[in-house]
Structures are given as C-alpha cells and as structure tokens.
Design a protein around this ligand. Structure first.
Ligand code: SF4
Length: 413
C-alpha cells in the first residue's frame, strides 16, 4: 500500500505525533509511506490538522481513500489502539531531536475553555517514560495535560529521577496540585523549563506558592502561558505578568510568561476566524496587547525596567497603553518624550521624528468630558479609523481620532 501524509498546519512546525505513529504503523505493515506529493497517486492519504485557525488543505488529492483527523477538523476521535501503541516514526521529522509522548491522557478538571476533557476524557495512564524515550536523544517533551493528577504520572517522574535526561512538560503543571513532595520529585529530574499554569488571577496565591516551592527546591527556570480574553479583565493580565516579573526579582528565578489569547475553538461561529473578543475586552485592547508582544517577541522575561517600558509601571499606565494609538505603542520612544527621558541612560540614540505626540494625545484624551470620552472609546474600541469606518461630528472626538490615523510609515518616513 502507498500511503501519503499531510500535516495540514505545515510539516515544518511542531511534529505531528499522530502522523508519526501512523507512519510507523504502516511501515511495520510493509507499506510505503511518504509526505504527500501532488504528482503521485496514493492508496490512502492521511490529512491531520491540529489548529482550527490554519487554512484548510485545498489541493486535489489523488488517492483512493482520504482520512482526515485532528482537533483542527473538530475530530476528537483517537487513533486505532494498534496505531496508538506504535512508537512514533521520528524519521519523518529529521529536525526533531527530542522524544515526544504522553505519560497520561486526559484531565481531572473540566475547564470551560479547554478542549482536553471533550477530546480525551478523564485522566488515565498512557505510556511509561521508558517507552517514550529515544535511544538517540536525552531530551523528552511530554505533552501531558495534567500529569500531577495521576499516580501513574508521578510514578514515572519518580523513576526518571537522577537520569541524564532533560524534560519539559510543555502543557504546564497544575499549581493547585503542587505539594512539597511533588516538587521534590520534579527537582530530581532535569526539568527545563518548569511550566506552571497561571490562567486565572484568582488563583494567584496558589500560583505564587507553587513558584516559591519550585525556588525552594532549586528549580529556577520557569515558564507559563497566561490565558487572556476569556472571562478575565485586562488588568488581571497586567497583574499576572507583574507577579511573574516581581517573583523573578525576589526569588532569583527566571519566569518567561507567554500571554495567550483565548479563542473558542469549539464554537462554530469562531471555528475559522480568530475574531473572538472576550466580554471585558475589545478589539483595540487585543490589538494593543499584540502590538506590545510583537516588540517583546511574544514573551515577558526577567527585568522590571523592560517590563515597565513595555506594559507600564502600574495598571493605570497599562490601561493608557491599551487605549494608545498603535503607532505610538510600536514607536514609544519616538512619540513619548517622558519615556525617552526616563530611559535616557539606556537609549542614547535619537531620530529626526522624536516628538511628544503620545503625551499630547493623552492630555486631550484623559480630559474629555464623560459623554465625549464615551463616544471616543466606543469608536476606538472597534479599532477602525479610516474614512467611513465611523460616524462622528464632534470636533474634540475627531481630534482624538486623528492620532489613530498616524501610521507606521509616518514614523519611519
Ligand atoms: S486543567 Fe488544563 S488540561 Fe485540564 S481541563 Fe483545565 S485547562 Fe484543560
């Protein structure tokens, strides 16, 4: 049998474990397996899609049979048991040097925004760490969703202790399940980074306690995704990032935070577009956070000064940045004289465009009377500022909106 594989999200991205197992299983049956080529005829083609937002695969496939699967197709089924039990074929991803697998599947929780409970159900053992490791690699990437909730998972971590292996649980660990005993076990494997979930600001005390425990057991390389745009308020994103930056200073650890925008992948309305806006967010706020993150390469690490420059010294400054015209956010030092003065030690370069339009805008914006401020915010929240995008006859509001029409080209011209 001739089998073609299609990783719809692109096969240079994260290795697709399902395709790796299918490849290995078919090869074990004596079949010929290769990445799909438009010039070939196949007996069977597997199309796997992980993400809902990546474009569909629209090429004509010359094959007797086409099997599609993956969360990207809202297909939450599993591989046949004999395929699931086959070690992955790393040969189809020669660039991947790590072992990849699940010690456990499923989760004990039912977080509303998460597809895992629907896709995988309750937590259960999957494979031992010895089954997952590769003879030619010392690195293991575990994809478990909540390994600390499983005795089997904890037993594997225990058995890995002291082995010359570098481990990453890339879906994060549940701070609510961290205990001293579990952290001690984690400290005995070379975990790098330790990812502790911090999805909700209300869980800050539990999260902080978990990070303190990590530091106590000399785990100093930490990381996490910070979910936003769900039911959270924008300021809660600021506070969570701030907590991480402050913990780095206090404990001498490194925590890389990756803010991650919530998207309801199971809702047919938002299945193909990324336009969902959480109830406390608006289009402009989302855009502003993304503009700042572009300048920080999507992450926040150590360094209070860098954090404060990017996201503000306090939550009021963060809110000001959220409303700020995008060009001023991207070129803060060009448009903000106060910032240039504050960072004079660090930034000595000047441009011919240097001005103080950011403060001029803020002076006017923050002094608008309430009704005019409401009107301005209503328009700014939609983040569309071209002619015809909004209706407004108020000269003060129109004056404010004119700052939002300053483009990146203007800053660079
Ligand atoms: S704890 Fe994590 S994996 Fe489990 S349901 Fe919640 S978000 Fe999903």
């Amino acid at each position: 049998m001739k089998v073609g594989l299609v990783a719809v999200d692109g096969h240079n991205n994260f290795p697709n474990l399902a395709l790796m197992r299918l490849s290995a299983w078919h090869r074990s049956q004596g079949d010929q397996v290769e990445w799909w080529s438009g010039f070939e005829h196949y007996d069977r083609v597997y199309q796997s899609k992980v993400f809902t937002f990546t474009p569909d695969f629209n090429s004509v496939v010359n094959s007797d049979e086409i099997i599609t699967g993956g969360t990207g197709y809202r297909n939450y089924g599993t591989l046949p048991p004999e395929v699931e039990a086959t070690p992955p074929d790393y040969g189809i991803y020669p660039q991947c040097k790590k072992a990849i697998g699940f010690l456990t599947r499923g989760c004990i929780r039912r977080c509303e925004y998460c597809v895992v409970p629907r896709k995988e159900g309750d937590i259960r053992p999957a494979e031992t760490w010895e089954e997952i490791r590769r003879p030619d690699s010392r690195e293991i990437l575990f994809l478990d969703n909540n390994v600390l909730a499983s005795d089997f998972g904890l037993e594997q971590i225990d058995r890995m202790g002291g082995k010359p292996t570098w481990v990453d649980f890339n879906q994060g660990l549940d701070a609510r399940l961290v205990t001293s005993a579990k952290m001690e076990k984690l400290s005995e494997i070379n975990i790098r980074p330790l990812r502790i979930a911090f999805d909700h600001y209300e869980q800050r005390d539990i999260y902080i306690e978990a990070v303190r425990k990590a530091a106590e057991y000399h785990i100093t390389d930490l990381s996490n995704y910070l979910l936003y745009n769900f039911e959270d308020r924008p300021e809660e994103l600021y506070y969570r990032m701030r907590i991480n930056v402050d913990l780095c200073e206090e404990l001498g650890v490194t925590i890389y935070s990756f803010p991650m925008k919530y998207h309801p992948i199971s809702d047919p309305k938002y299945f193909r577009n990324r336009d969902y806006i959480g109830k406390h967010w608006n289009r402009k706020f989302i855009r502003s956070v993304q503009a700042v993150l572009n300048s920080t390469k999507g992450k926040i690490g150590r360094g209070v000064d860098f954090f404060e420059e990017a996201f503000g010294r306090d939550v009021d400054e963060f809110k000001k940045i959220l409303w700020m015209p995008e060009t001023f956010i991207v070129y803060r030092r060009v448009y903000d004289a106060d910032l240039r003065e504050r960072l004079a030690d660090r930034y000595t370069g000047r441009t011919t465009h240097d001005c103080d339009l950011a403060n001029e805008w803020w002076e006017k914006f923050s002094r608008l009377p309430p009704e005019k401020a409401e009107k301005a915010k209503e328009i700014i929240a939609l983040n569309k500022f071209k002619d015809g995008d909004f209706v407004c006859n108020d000269q003060d509001v129109l004056d404010i909106l004119s700052y939002y029409r300053i483009t990146r080209d203007d800053a660079e011209r």
